[in-house]
Ligand binder design. Structure first.
Ligand code: FAD
Length: 330
């Protein structure tokens, strides 16, 4: 019997899952190796003891492309995504104005991460596997993880890790991949998650903040399917995050919470939970124009929101295009 073509995908974010799902739907034997306990990458949700949850990475997604539109419709039909009807404003120096934007903002339901869970259904995803090296053995790729365990053999390997990690992983094996990924830089983002133990009366649910260390604040509980607690997620601007990148999470949390009271014109209220999360590689500063990087001499490739991206839509389209390019060559 003819052996099926085997693909190893590094990373179970939206790009890796979209890629793996397209390959699997076309009969390819695909395994996804993910370093974290969960899946979704930057489409992340954190739950706390009180039962509240926070979307501390991606906040929502928009749709411009017909292929992604089809996927979003499917997610909505499955009940794992919906339109966010929160009141979103532009906020500066205490003054706010409603955004006049024609496009819907979609969210995962009941958490952002639900869209990743949906993509991962029926996929072979191996969690807690940090891929550290790729090695050729009898013409096939073997992947070694941080515990020394070997995964494979694979006919083809696709990395969806951020550019720097992809370069470390595949760079020595493929000059093509190394050359392209070296051109991409990612901007960091400090996020702060807080649960407020009292009522807070601001007349909006989220704001793009200007003239501040913060660039975004959102009442997580204004999104459908969330716990009713008064939970907020705030993101610092890329420039502020870069400048304060190596500071302690405690100091960042204190500083950004103070800024939060300032921009929302609130007194310091009681917090029942607060934590800061450092996203070292949050958003590509300038994504590559192509949707994926492929090296057919070595059977190595890379994709992600930094290829033709950015954002959730870009990550999905990158993974989808990567898979179709490979399928076209089989
Ligand atoms: C703070 C923040 C706010 C954002 N806001 C929005 C928003 O509002 N709207 C929007 O559309 N987008 C937003 N984004 C961007 C969006 O989250 C990303 O564009 C998208 O999720 C990227 O998906 P990806 O699959 O390309 O990468 P990732 O989600 O980063 O997935 C890569 C995966 O690879 C894994 N990995 C890395 N190295 C290894 C290894 N060695 N071995 C195994 N696994 C590995 C990682 O753990 C991760 O799961 C935001 C991102 C951040 C951080």
């Amino acid at each position: 019997m003819e052996r099926r073509f085997k693909v190893g995908v590094v990373g179970a974010g939206i790009a890796g899952l979209a890629c793996a799902q397209t390959l699997r739907n076309n009969g390819v034997d695909v395994t996804v190796l993910e370093k974290s306990r969960g899946i979704g990458g930057r489409v992340a949700t954190r739950r706390i003891d009180s039962g509240a949850s926070f979307d501390h990475g991606a906040q929502y997604f928009t749709v411009t492309d017909a292929i992604f539109e089809k996927q979003v419709k499917l997610w909505c039909d499955l009940g794992v995504a919906g339109v966010w009807h929160g009141r979103i404003v532009s906020l500066q120096d205490g003054e706010f104005a409603d955004l006049q934007e024609p496009r819907d903002r979609f969210i995962g339901v009941p958490t952002m991460n639900a869209i990743a869970q949906s993509l991962a259904l029926d996929l072979d995803v191996r969690n807690d596997v940090t891929v550290q090296a790729v090695r050729l053995s009898n013409g096939k790729w073997q992947l070694r993880d941080a515990t020394g365990t070997q995964h494979g053999p694979y006919d083809f390997v696709i990395s969806t890790a951020p550019p720097l990690q992809t370069r470390t992983l595949l760079g020595d094996r493929s000059a093509t991949v190394a050359g392209r990924v070296s051109e991409v830089r990612m901007a960091p983002c400090w996020a702060v998650l807080c649960e407020i133990g009292e009522t807070m009366s601001v007349p909006y649910d989220a704001a793009f903040v200007h003239n501040s260390a913060l660039s975004w604040i959102a009442r997580n509980s204004s999104k459908i399917g969330r716990d009713a607690s008064n939970c907020w997620v705030m993101h610092a601007s890329p420039a502020w995050s870069q400048h304060h990148l190596e500071e302690s999470a405690d100091l960042i949390a204190r500083t950004l919470i103070d800024e939060f009271w300032k921009v929302t014109l609130q007194p310091a209220l009681t917090l029942t939970f607060v934590v800061a999360h450092r996203w070292r590689y949050a958003l590509p500063i300038e994504p590559l124009p192509e949707r994926f990087v492929i090296d057919l001499d070595t059977n190595l490739a890379a994709c992600g929101d930094w290829c033709g991206g950015p954002r959730i839509e870009g990550a999905f389209l990158s993974g989808h295009a990567m898979a179709n390019a490979l399928l076209a060559r089989l």
